[in-house]
Design a protein around this ligand. Structure first.
Ligand SMILES: Cc1cc2nc3c(=O)[nH]c(=O)nc-3n(C[C@H](O)[C@H](O)[C@H](O)COP(=O)(O)OP(=O)(O)OC[C@H]3O[C@@H](n4cnc5c(N)ncnc54)[C@H](O)[C@@H]3O)c2cc1C
Ligand code: FES
Ligand code: FES
Length: 470
């Protein structure tokens, strides 16, 4: 059970009214992408009384340039930030940080505002925004206030957000044209991995001389830290090997990592030094964009990556029906509003092609298209689909002809036990809608959120490329 009430407001004002009205009645949570909230509930946190779904409020998923400030709306997803020309031009460390988040399906639902509100020291967007000197604007029915990051972040998963407040804007000053930045993350694997350590670096140069330096580190202290002594050591001279050595030593003063299941404190200290050196060397050589893939795979299918607004305001008490367009037909899933979309599709819609592998966003077996965009049904509330369009693997074949990806998977031996296959088919078919003739590298990007334990990925990548040729 996700919550006793699932509420879908239609406007920001209505969302703030609903938040103010429900907060005194019992635990109330906003839900945007749900990639943190649903995992918490699935892992045993007490379900809130009310979930207020803000993910379809109109006009809040824009990134805009207003004079000398960049503004990021509260519903901007990580993938939308990666695709934004404004972020690409003015906030390279943020683009790289958003690209490092989870998998394409996670980046299609997870928002930057959700990343900030969760306030884990391992979250990737926070150090990048910290180095950019970002602020957050919070709104409630009582008014608005804008806070700096040091004012907003109070501790591990603790922020200054009051129970009736919502982040409505993230903003930062456009860095000077002479500034260059980078973001580097180390995890236990290359995708779908929480940061062991990360760094966002933003340096402003006067010719060769460093005029200003900002170094923000994640996963090495209860909140993100700036390394003030190291920053000062860099200012006033060029980025020589000696100055880089000194800054790398000085960052140790700022960090206080802990031992946990992912890494020891000593290993984190070592990694922090390694990535500081790498970041500064990249910036010294002007190589911070080297190796970037240029046109990343989004799994947006044939959409522009933005979700349509909710058709109407709705309040769904637990056990209500959820009505959606499912595989091309309007369908009512009875007694479903308190479930995940995965459980609703399988147990109320009898669509057992949607598989549960991990139940917490890690394996991709439950990949479906929500309004044309690839997402994970296990961490999407069923209520989010009310009035929306969902396609499952049962809906990708047309007029009894298999989708070219399905044909290629069967023909090229890309299936063994088949448990992961529906998820791979959904990601691959989405890729083909986005770019009809994918390269092996693009096929690999498309399936970074899908795990297979028996076939091996070589045949799967071959099948996806082959499907494009067909
Ligand atoms: C498999 C997996 C991999 C992940 N990998 C990474 C990773 O590599 N790096 C990383 O940084 N994170 C990662 N995450 C965490 C998560 O995806 C991000 O933190 C994401 O940005 C959360 O955004 P959301 O919109 O899904 O938040 P939600 O889950 O909707 O909400 C999270 C919290 O923020 C609050 N909230 C949401 N929007 C607002 C708002 N506008 N105002 C006030 N409060 C709000 C909610 O009430 C809730 O408390 C991963 C998660 C999963 C499941
Ligand atoms: S990602 Fe949804 S079941 Fe694993
Ligand atoms: S075919 Fe068995 S898990 Fe992929």
């Amino acid at each position: 059970m996700l919550s006793s009430y699932y509420i879908i407001p239609r406007t920001l004002d209505e969302a703030l009214d609903v938040l103010a009205a429900h907060t005194p009645l019992g635990p109330t949570r906003l839900v945007a992408g749900g990639t943190d909230v649903l995992v918490e509930i699935e892992q045993g946190a007490a379900p809130p009384r009310a979930l207020i779904d803000i993910s379809r409020l109109p006009g809040l998923d824009a990134i805009t340039l207003d004079g000398d400030e960049v503004h990021i709306g509260p519903l901007v997803t990580h993938n939308q930030a990666v695709a934004s020309p404004i972020i690409n031009e003015h906030a390279w460390p943020l683009l790289r940080a958003c690209w490092e988040v989870g998998s394409p399906q996670i980046r299609n639902r997870g928002t930057l505002a959700g990343n900030l509100a969760t306030a884990s020291p391992a979250n990737d967007a926070i150090p990048a925004l910290w180095a950019l000197d970002a602020r957050v604007t919070l709104a409630s029915t009582r008014g608005r206030r804008t806070l700096t990051f040091p004012e907003f972040f109070l501790g591990v998963r603790k922020t200054a957000l009051a129970a009736d407040e919502m982040i409505v804007d993230i903003s930062f000053p456009v860095p000077p044209k002479t500034a260059r930045g980078t973001f580097i993350k180390v995890g236990l694997r290359r995708t779908q991995a929480i940061s062991l350590v990360n760094i966002a670096a933003l340096l402003d140069f006067d010719g060769e001389i460093v005029r200003e330096a900002r170094l923000a580190f994640g996963s090495v202290a209860p909140i993100i830290v700036r390394a003030a002594a190291a920053e000062q050591a860099l200012v006033g001279g060029p980025l020589t090997p000696e100055r880089i050595d000194l800054a790398t030593e000085l960052i140790q003063e700022a960090i206080s990592p802990i031992d946990d299941v992912r890494a020891s404190a000593a290993y984190r200290r070592h990694l922090a030094a390694v990535i500081t050196r790498r970041a500064l060397e990249q910036l010294a050589e002007g190589k911070e964009r080297k190796g970037w893939i240029g046109d990343p795979v989004m799994l947006w299918g044939d959409t522009d990556g933005h979700y349509p607004p909710a058709p109407e305001s709705t309040q769904l008490p637990a056990h209500s029906d959820v009505t959606l367009r499912l595989n091309g037909r309007v369908v009512t899933l009875p007694d479903a509003s308190h479930l995940t979309l995965l459980d609703a599709l399988r147990e109320r819609g009898y669509l057992t092609g949607v598989k549960e592998g991990c139940g917490e966003g890690e394996c991709g077996a439950c990949t479906v298209w929500l309004d044309g965009i690839s997402v994970l049904a296990c961490i999407t509330p069923a209520g989010r689909a009310h009035g929306a369009e969902v396609v499952t693997v049962e809906g990708v074949a047309h007029d009894s002809h298999l989708h070219p990806v399905q044909e290629a998977f069967a023909h090229d031996g890309a299936v063994q036990c088949g448990y992961c296959t529906p998820g791979f088919i959904m990601s691959s078919a989405s890729l083909l809608a986005e770019r009809p003739h994918p390269t092996p590298e693009e096929a690999m990007q498309a399936i970074t959120g899908n795990l297979c334990r028996c076939t091996g990925y070589a045949q799967i990548v071959e099948a996806i490329v082959e499907a494009g040729k067909r």
